[in-house]
Design a protein around this ligand. Sequence first.
Ligand code: FES
Length: 79
Amino acid sequence: MENNIRGGEAPVACQLEADKNYAWCTCGHSDNQPFCNGNHKKEGATPPTIFSVPEAKEAHLCTCKQTSNPPYCDGSHKN
Ligand code: FES
């Protein structure tokens, strides 16, 4: 969407809990990257992607929003 921006230039390492719903910011406008803080509404940008993981793990979540494997970093921020 036009109003989406890059939310950062590097992934954020996050400790994810099992079976908890997370809202990954897709639009780049959140001040709480990589997670949604509701800013997409006033920016007219795309809503978050809700995801969970079956087992607790550390993951590098994308902030540049260019990844082909959301919500995970795939190295696209270097492009
Ligand atoms: S603030 Fe970006 S998806 Fe909600």
